[in-house]
Ligand binder design. Sequence first.
Ligand SMILES: Nc1ncnc2c1ncn2[C@@H]1O[C@H](COP(=O)(O)OP(=O)(O)OP(=O)(O)O)[C@@H](O)[C@H]1O
Ligand SMILES: [Mg+2]
Length: 374
Amino acid sequence: MVFIGYKRLTLTEAPRLEITNITRRFGGRPVVDDVSLAVMPGQVTCLLGPSGCGKSTTLRIIAGVERADEGEIRMDGKLIAGGGVLVPPEARGTGLMFQDFALFPHLSVGDNVAFGLSGTRTEKRLRVRELLEKVGLHRYVDNFPHELSGGEQQRVALARALAPRPKIMLMDEPFSGLDNRLRDGIRDETLAVLKDEGTAVLLVTHEPEEAMRMADEIALMRRGRIVQRGAPYNIYNAPVDREAAAFFSDVNVIKGVVKGALTHTAFGQFLAPGYPDGAEVEIVIRPQHLRIDFDRGGQGPAPTPDHGVWAPATVARARFVGTESIVDFVMEDASTLKATVPNVFLPKPGTTLWVAIRRDRCFVFPAGGKSAQR
Ligand SMILES: Nc1ncnc2c1ncn2[C@@H]1O[C@H](COP(=O)(O)OP(=O)(O)OP(=O)(O)O)[C@@H](O)[C@H]1O
Ligand SMILES: [Mg+2]
């Protein structure tokens, strides 16, 4: 059989926004620590990380309302901060949308959206109409903000920020003020409008689900630094270390010691290339990537290349939580494991089952949760 190689041609497109080696210290402590990041035109990049890791400070530096101690910022290749240059916030061409998106209460919906627009009255009217239609709110053009629901006000704020066609939208937890049930729908609608407008977006969030739902690219931030960048699929399935894996879901950690580039566990051998003999490693696996099978008179299923060795496990607790069940196991060495199973699966506590782990879904990291050695 002949395979004809197919390589996707990527035009060398310039980033819309490029920040290089940005550092910001407060009281001598770096809160943003040597951060570099690019946002491509038409793409949504999510800056994702736990509370206090420096996300908002990074966004504020890009907006120009906070200064950086070091580093440079370029918009469409043009220097806007760094090297003695400091373009003021209003001249940077950024659209801002923060959690507190406060509409002007004394202006109608239409006037709110028209607020930042220049041009003739007709041009403004057309642009307001276009955006309000995009967010599905044109019928409210003459209403006042207090006559709208929270979700509707949020959509008006989006229309207002997009109206002047910003080069980039900077959004800081824009959905966190909304009630849970509204939020998913509004996220999807917002994404559709942003994509339709072709706007580059840098969205800050501490919620992995939000980042996965919205982002073309995720930049994972921790203690002021970007620790990993990539498409949601890659960040989720190839985390850079245990902490990165654990940021997206519960994880199971199986401990091992390396001998001859292998580590032996109740689940068989795992490759640990590059680790010296005696090194302590952790095999990290998400609960949905455990496999469960029944006991057959004290025997489990035969080992397979995909699942390795099956190990006996005692059910400690099983709960149904909606779309899946969570089963907690105690292993023979008294360690615990957590498995999730689609739909309803509620074995009785004390039941012996057999557990295996998907070899293509586990990661071997050095013990202690630090970055993997390669
Ligand atoms: N003006 C300031 N002076 C002193 N410390 C500050 C200042 N602004 C922010 N910090 C500190 O910098 C750190 C990062 O703050 P930042 O607001 O960027 O975090 P964040 O990642 O946005 O967190 P969250 O998810 O909670 O919004 C925090 O410890 C904060 O207290
Ligand atoms: Mg913040």
